[in-house]
Design a protein. Structure first.
Lengths: 522, 372
């Protein structure tokens, strides 16, 4: 069958002249009415559209994540996914050796903080974080949260999110990792069990393990420095990172003290793990068995080592350095190359030491410089020990008792005043009465004396001239007049009255005893 | 036939067939067109968002060109969920293959590519000295990496690759076999080797690695199932026996001989020798002037022996060595100083032992060393 509508073919037997505008062929078939083809086609298009929509809806239900791009581009653009992704990383470790002025060379610091049940200290720690003067974007934070029973983890993530979302562009830090790992530690973290001698070795080994897990998970090839910081540091200079870095040592620690209540002396060396090795300690180490761990600050091991903490002079040069062999873990700045070489916190007895002290020993063993700054001090939080708490409770009770006594005494005084009115008034009255009496007496005596004198005078005047007459009576009159007003006579009375009042409290308890018992009964 | 007539005669059946066809086509288009694309997408989803992330994962290149620093997000790593089991493939456990590289051997790379362990779970990390030889090795390595990671089939691409350049010089200028094995050079050489190993290990380990496989750059032949086979034993530290293929000069035929003598069981003689040594001296294996009478795993293999046979070890060699990541995380490293008169991999076995982990060897499971 021939196509009827073919405009280019030989429908009428003649080739069509293309350039000819007036090429309306008289032979061309023109239907009188428009065929339903278009209408039908429209229906078909609608139907096809519907099918397409259904299909795509169906598709979205099955692969909700699928994007349209690869479909439209027939998969030609999908290779983009691969090229956006970088799987190869190249690092030159010789550029991250760490220098004295790291902030100028954009050297990155890894700040490590092991946490366990540290909720109460976190806010204080974050206040410190916000104050660091070292450029924050060059500091990566890594936390290991282990075996925590309080809200350490949620609070930590909340504070970190807040820090990273800070509108001040200088606040947010670099990479932030929170590592959750439980070691199943049975050791209690409260002050007493933490510092008890028997628990030390195993506690230190567990702490070492946590530190090693944290470091090995967080250390990256781009770190130049590693800073270990406990969250319970209360006061430290904001510039501590730069201050320690400036010394350009492999491992460096400040002196760690803690403030104390006044009754304990005001302040105290805290971290006794920074020390210089002594002959005594080396000799002691030789006598111990392989797994023993020497811990400082306990009478069991008298090592006679010079401790960094005890060498502090509050007015000393803060830049003064001292070579040490064991280090404390409150605040350690170390070059990352120390950790890269393999120095870690031994979770076993390494040369009779574990954790941070073993770390110092191992760093020394690998010929790294380990120094402490005796006069550069940071302050650890004061957590009262059980003894201190007991003592403080006693002191508090004493204070309360004293206060109570004071108020009772005042009350008693008032009572006495109320009960016995004011004896002073009485005495004044008595005094004046007595004085009046005395005056009367005197007046009488005077009168008598005068009369007598007058009699005598008369007798004398009769005998001699009048000069001496006037003086003698005056003198005689003055003397007796003064005497009654003299205090000594009344003083003993007053004193005995006071004594009576003073004695009163001593007698009172007997009366008060039942009252007290009633009180305690409530 | 014209379209009009054909449409007029379309039966509902044809329409239905058309619709079904449509759906099939769309399904085909939308569905992950190949495993490659699926894998790529999965990888993309798993990748970290910035280059500060642990290097054991790939990262998405930043599209932000205007220099505004976006603070990295807070990331939680659940290390309680990192497992090391005897069936690492089923549990999707990631493995880190660590290689101190001084010279690049093509056979080494080819052997790596043949490993049947899912490549997306493998991270390769190399540490290369910063000298002329090292530069050549880096160039050769990077060429192979580009070939695999950029244009190779998705299935063979590794999860991520890390190249590190050492920050200290190797103590010896020459790396030739004879020079390398001189006894007096051993201590300095192995101390430097330890530092290289530790640098590589502690910067790449990351929070999600389950296993660490130490594989020397001159190990050129291993069974393709090396990782699965070693992991199946579920031991903290496990070493296959390292041999070397050579042409026997007498018979002119290929034969094999033991190569790595650092895997051994301790002997009383060695212990006594150790007691006599000063604190900075080391005991070495395989030298006639220092007879230790230790039981060497290299000599324990037999032709018909069971490849699954295990023995206890006190010292291990590093040519091929599979370690559970938690052993390293506890602090077991390669001492660059004499540790109980042991150094490097042998010292590592000792340190692991001090931490409560033990080492095992497979005398009849062999890997092969390059022959110069």
């Amino acid at each position: 069958m021939l196509p009827r509508h073919n405009a280019t073919a030989y429908s009428n037997g003649y080739p069509r002249n293309k350039g000819d505008t007036y090429s309306i062929s008289p032979h061309r078939f023109q239907p009188r009415t428009t065929p339903p083809a278009l209408r039908r086609r429209r229906a078909l298009i609608i139907r096809l559209g519907l099918v397409l929509v259904c299909a795509s809806l169906f598709g979205f239900f099955i692969w909700p994540g699928a994007s349209l791009v690869p479909v439209l581009s027939l998969g030609l653009l999908s290779s983009n996914v691969g090229s956006e992704l970088e799987t190869v990383r190249y690092y030159d470790l010789s550029t991250v050796g760490g220098t004295a002025r790291g902030w100028e060379r954009e050297e990155r610091i890894l700040l490590c903080a092991p946490l366990r049940d540290a909720e109460s200290h976190l806010r204080m720690f974050f206040a410190h974080l916000r104050n660091f003067t070292y450029p924050h974007h060059l500091i990566d934070l890594a936390f290991l949260v282990s075996d925590s029973k309080d809200r350490t983890l949620p609070l930590l993530s909340e504070l970190l999110e807040e820090l990273q979302a800070d509108t001040d562009p200088k606040q947010p830090y670099g990479e932030i990792s929170i590592i959750e790992k439980d070691f199943g530690q049975k050791v209690n973290q409260d002050v007493e069990s933490r510092h008890g001698f028997a628990a030390q070795a195993s506690r230190r080994k567990l702490m070492a393990q946590a530190r090693n897990w944290l470091l090995s998970a967080a250390l990256r090839p781009y770190h130049s420095w590693v800073y270990w910081r406990d969250v319970d540091v209360e006061t430290a200079p904001f510039t501590i990172l730069e201050d320690l870095m400036r010394h350009n040592k492999d491992v460096i620690v400040p002196n760690v003290w803690r403030p104390l209540p006044d009754w304990l002396g005001g302040e105290q060396p805290y971290d006794l793990n920074s020390w210089q090795e002594s002959e005594t300690a080396l000799a002691l180490a030789d006598t111990l068995d392989e797994d023993a761990v020497i811990v400082e600050g306990y009478a069991e091991y008298a090592t006679w080592r010079p401790h960094l903490a005890y060498l502090r002079d509050p007015y000393g040069d803060p830049d003064m350095e001292m070579d040490i062999d064991g280090v404390g873990g409150v605040s350690i700045l170390a070059k990352a190359k120390v950790f890269r070489s393999g120095v870690h916190f031994p979770a076993f007895s390494f040369e009779k030491h574990a954790e941070t002290e073993g770390f110092g020993k191992m760093a020394k063993r690998m010929q790294f410089s380990v120094v402490g700054l005796p006069h550069y001090t940071i302050w650890h939080l004061y957590e009262p020990s059980v003894d201190d708490i007991r003592h403080m409770e006693e002191m508090e009770q004493e204070r309360i008792a004293h206060e109570k006594e004071e108020t009772e005494r005042q009350e008693r005084m008032k009572k006495i005043k109320d009960q016995f009115a004011d004896p002073n008034g009485q005495w004044e009255k008595d005094k004046t009465d007595i004085q009046n009496e005395a005056m009367k007496e005197k007046a009488k005596e005077e009168a008598a004396a005068k009369a007598k004198a007058a009699d005598e005078a008369k007798a004398i005047a009769d005998k001699s001239a009048g000069e001496a007459e006037n003086k003698a009576p005056e003198k005689a009159a003055e003397k007796p007049a003064e005497k009654p007003a003299d205090k000594p006579a009344e003083n003993p009375a007053e004193k005995s009255a006071e004594k009576a009042i003073e004695r009163a409290p001593e007698q009172k308890p007997v009366e008060q005893a039942p009252a007290k018992a009633a009180h305690t009964g409530f | 036939m014209g379209p009009v007539r054909s449409l007029r005669r379309t039966s509902p059946l044809t329409l239905l067939v058309g619709a079904v066809l449509c759906i099939v086509i769309i399904v085909f288009l939308f569905s992950p067109s190949s495993e490659d694309a699926a894998a790529a997408r999965a990888k993309h989803a798993k990748a970290a968002s910035n280059p500060l992330s642990p290097p054991t994962s790939a990262f998405r290149k930043s599209n932000d060109k205007n220099g505004v620093r976006v603070p990295p997000p807070v990331i939680h790593y659940h290390m309680n969920n990192v497992t090391t089991t005897s069936d690492p493939v089923a549990n999707r456990e990631t493995i880190l293959i660590l290689t101190p590289l001084a010279r690049f051997y093509q056979q080494y790379w080819d052997n790596l590519m043949k490993l049947s362990y899912p490549h997306e779970l493998i991270t390769l990390a190399f540490i290369i000295p910063k000298n002329k030889e090292g530069n050549a090795a880096t160039a050769a390595l990077q060429e192979q990496i580009t070939k695999t990671q950029k244009s190779g089939p998705e299935k063979l691409r590794f999860g991520s690759i890390i190249i590190e350049r050492q920050d200290f010089d190797p103590p010896l200028a020459s790396q030739s076999e004879a020079e390398r094995h001189k006894m007096e050079n051993q201590k300095a050489r192995r101390a430097a080797m330890s530092r290289a190993r530790n640098s590589l290990l502690f910067t790449t380990l990351g929070p999600s690695t389950s296993w660490v496989l130490w594989l020397d750059a001159d190990v050129i032949e291993t069974p393709p199932t090396l990782i699965q086979d070693l992991a199946a034993h579920d031991k903290p530290i496990i070493v296959p026996n390292c041999f070397q293929r050579y042409t026997d000069p007498k018979t002119k035929q290929m034969a094999e001989r033991p190569y790595d003598f650092n895997s051994w069981q301790d002997s009383d003689t060695a212990k006594k020798l150790g007691e006599k040594l000063g604190p900075d001296e080391i005991l070495l294996e395989g030298y006639a002037e220092m007879a230790t009478y230790r039981t060497l795993m290299a000599y324990l293999s037999s032709d018909q022996g069971d490849p699954k046979q295990e023995i206890n070890l006190d010292g291990v060699g590093g040519t091929a060595l599979l370690v559970k990541a938690e052993v390293h995380r506890d602090g077991a490293m390669f001492p660059p100083f004499p540790f109980y008169h042991l150094i490097e991999t042998e010292g590592f076995a000792k340190m692991a032992k001090r931490l409560g982990w033990s080492a095992f060897g497979l005398p009849n499971y062999k890997v092969y060393h390059y022959n110069e």
